[in-house]
Ligand binder design. Structure first.
Ligand code: ZN
Length: 380
């Protein structure tokens, strides 16, 4: 009984809050352009599966709001310990919380039940927002889930989201341009005729967005102040001199403090003055050196947060220093812990600067100040 009440309240809330949601959306992404390529009926009331790429933080809202009956979404539960997110996602976007980095069977069962009851379901099969620009690898299990659901598979593919709102960026762009293209990828009558591999390939081909290739053709001017800020946390190796953790940013400028190479991030999101003009190529380069990175020692500061996923609450405990070296992760300060990397599970970077992981059966959640990508690479 309680469950039904909550469900109805949420539907009601999502109705009256829709104008508010649209306004908020516009504040965060000011130039959204919708394309109904597949002649989708946005007023449809039957169940369907909506699959989308995950290129900027509030894309689920931008994509879901065009439907008169909001699809429910599966989202990482670590997002729901933040109060504003919790409200927006649990009531407005109708979210089923899922453990990040693991296949959460309970969440999938809940999703399946909702679809059986006639609700539309939105899934972002990459599981997280891309940091460098391209669509991330998609788990093969999505194909069997499509078979199980046996409803129309609709896609919404966003282009330009990463250029206009890069996940690493500390400051917003001026022109937050994004194109969202809707289409029907698989009609439910066709699902039985397709193999799992065929379904999987259809999905990955459709959701595959190469941010900088798209931008090279479109050349959308996004502008903004302090465009390079935030980038240094993700570029851990200088492509000019090979030094680790020597890249710094000042406003729009990108500098290697070791070899003094100076460049900048232009108004189109391209890097000027370095060997690579975009973060995808830069990351392809630095990824080859992960074994070397693992031999480095580095540290950052952060805030240790106690979380409870049963009731979705969080409490800041205090300052910590986070240190990596010799295959160990050491936390000291308001919490003290020395962990072997091999014992750490499900290490993830989430939101802007949060790392989450499991260790000896406990969940950990720390907001870190720098070196995000380096910690991610050595710990996962
Ligand atoms: Zn350098």
């Amino acid at each position: 009984m309680k469950k039904i009440f909550v469900d109805k309240t949420a539907v009601f809330l999502s109705k009256i809050l829709r104008p508010y949601a649209k306004k908020r959306l516009h504040q965060e992404m000011n130039n959204i352009n919708y394309y109904n390529d597949g002649n989708i009926n946005f007023k449809r009331r039957d169940a369907f599966l909506l699959l989308t790429n995950h290129s900027f933080d509030i894309d689920s809202l931008a994509i879901g709001l065009v439907f008169k009956k909001l699809p429910i979404a599966i989202a990482s539960r670590s997002l729901l310990v933040n109060k504003a997110n919790k409200f927006r996602m649990k009531f407005l976007a109708r979210v089923i919380p899922k453990a990040q980095g693991v296949r959460d069977l309970r969440a999938m069962k809940r999703a399946l039940r909702s679809v059986r009851k006639g609700r539309a379901l939105m899934i972002m099969p990459e599981g997280e927002v891309t940091y460098f620009g391209n669509t991330l690898p998609i788990d093969k299990s999505i194909a069997s889930f499509v078979k199980k659901l046996n409803v129309d598979v609709v896609t919404a593919v966003a282009y330009g989201g990463h250029i206009s709102k890069p996940r690493w960026a500390s400051y917003p762009r001026e022109n937050q341009y994004v194109e969202i293209h809707y289409d029907t990828l698989i009609h439910k009558e066709k699902i039985n005729e397709l193999s799992l591999d065929e379904i999987y390939n259809l999905i990955t081909d459709k959701l595959d967005v190469k941010a900088f290739e798209w931008q090279r053709e479109k050349m959308i001017k996004v502008g903004g102040q302090n465009r390079a800020e935030g980038l240094a946390e993700f570029l851990y190796k200088c492509p000019e001199c090979g030094t680790y953790h020597s890249i710094e940013t000042r406003g729009n400028d990108i500098i290697c403090i070791e070899c003094n190479t100076k460049g900048y991030l232009d108004e189109y999101g391209f890097i000027q003055g370095f060997r690579f003009d975009n973060t995808v190529d830069w990351n392809e380069f630095q990824k080859q050196y992960i074994q070397e990175l693992k031999k480095c020692n580095f540290k950052t500061t952060g805030i240790y947060v106690d979380i409870d996923y049963d009731i979705f609450t969080s409490k800041e405990v205090g300052q910590v220093v986070l240190e990596y070296g010799d295959d160990q992760l050491i936390i000291s300060g308001s919490k003290n812990l020395r962990m072997e990397i091999k014992d750490i599970e499900y290490f993830r970077l989430t939101q802007g600067n949060v790392i989450t992981f499991d260790y000896q059966g406990n969940h950990y959640y720390i907001k870190i100040d720098s070196l995000h990508e380096s910690f991610l690479q050595v710990c996962s």
